[in-house]
Write a protein that binds this ligand. Structure first.
Ligand code: ADE
Ligand code: ZN
Length: 327
């Protein structure tokens, strides 16, 4: 299913959507933070989704438990470090971890730049200790509005050499891409690559906007491209990568059932589709589960699965030499 001869990567994985329930419980205990559960067993079903939720916003609210225990920058360092260990345990050779420092800072009013600093340090130490290659993608959480995103962008730009790309995540319907053109111009001027969550909660125009207004070279989810043939052709022609996350798409009610996930059609149209986890801690899955779903439920062939592993490397935000080194 996963070809061990090929590199395994996950390029759409939220660090702040992958906080271990044990860590949430431990941090809450240490910092005396109230959780709506009397023990870890009661907490698990709250912070891990077993079936689908009503919509994207209902899904995203499940990330709040983990965020609520980030009482200081040591906690941010810890979850970053543990994310690298989790990535190694999942069998990944390379991971792009994304994080929203404004969101992480928000519950306990931490300084955004300090959160960025602690996250970079936790990932760097984890990368060294667990021998796994990584890069960091900064997120602007659109849900908090444009001013919050300006502060978030500034916190990320303060360590711009440690960040590879900028993403826009959160409430796609409520906060469309045209609000953020200036933020993304600054990001491109800083030399960052661009990936944007689009076509998850909104339609094909949101994907066009991500590409044409924000400069995205990869699209997170991109499910709505199934409704726009011209867009599919454009994705192929311009080698724009699609970051598919099928379990997440089911849980956010973006797709009605996983069997009809459009990624198979995208692959057959020649789109460079990649396979990823999104929020593995919250979805209670990891990359191996997604390959299993892709084979057994979405019915991808072994050849298509191998192509997806190669696409993941091709679309990674690393140099051609670094890509070669993964093989
Ligand atoms: N943040 C974490 N997961 C997300 C998703 N699936 N869509 C938008 N924002 C997110
Ligand atoms: Zn995502």
């Amino acid at each position: 299913m996963i070809d061990p001869q090929l590199p395994l990567v996950d390029i759409h994985r939220h660090l702040d959507g992958n906080i271990r329930p044990e860590t949430i419980w431990d941090l809450a205990t240490r910092h005396n933070i109230a959780l709506p559960a009397k023990d870890l067993d009661e907490l698990r079903p709250l912070c891990q989704i077993q079936d689908k939720t009503a919509d994207l916003l209902a899904f995203l609210s499940r990330l709040d438990y983990g965020i609520s225990v980030l009482a200081d920058t040591d906690a941010c360092y810890r979850i970053a470090y543990e994310n690298m260990q989790d990535a190694k345990r999942a069998g990944l050779d390379y991971v792009e971890l994304r994080f929203s420092p404004f969101y992480m800072a928000q519950s306990h009013q931490l300084n955004i730049a300090d959160v960025v600093e602690a996250t970079i340090a936790g990932c760097a130490d984890g990368s060294r200790d667990f021998a796994i290659k990584h890069n960091l993608i900064g997120i602007l959480s659109r849900t908090f509005g444009t001013d919050a995103c300006t502060r978030e962008l500034n916190g990320l730009l303060a360590r711009k050499d440690h960040i590879t790309a900028l993403d826009l995540a959160g409430d796609e319907l409520g906060y469309p891409a045209p609000l953020f053109t200036e933020h993304f111009k600054q990001a491109r001027d800083a030399g960052w690559q661009i990936t944007v969550h689009a076509g998850e909660a909104d339609g094909p125009q949101s994907i066009w906007n991500a590409i044409e207004l924000l400069g995205a070279s990869r699209i997170g989810h991109c499910v709505a491209a199934k409704d726009d043939d011209r867009l599919l052709e454009y994705l192929v022609e311009h080698n724009i990568g699609v970051e598919s996350c099928p379990t997440s798409n089911y849980q956010t009610a973006t797709v009605v059932d996983t069997a009809n996930h459009p990624m198979k059609g995208f692959l057959e149209a020649g789109v460079e589709v990649t396979l990823n986890t999104d929020d593995p801690g919250v979805s209670a899955i990891d990359i191996g589960d997604e390959y299993q779903v892709a084979r057994d439920v979405i019915q991808l062939s072994d050849e298509q699965l191998r192509q997806i592993q190669i696409n993941g490397v091709n679309q990674s935000f690393i140099s051609a030499t670094e890509k070669q080194q993964l093989f």
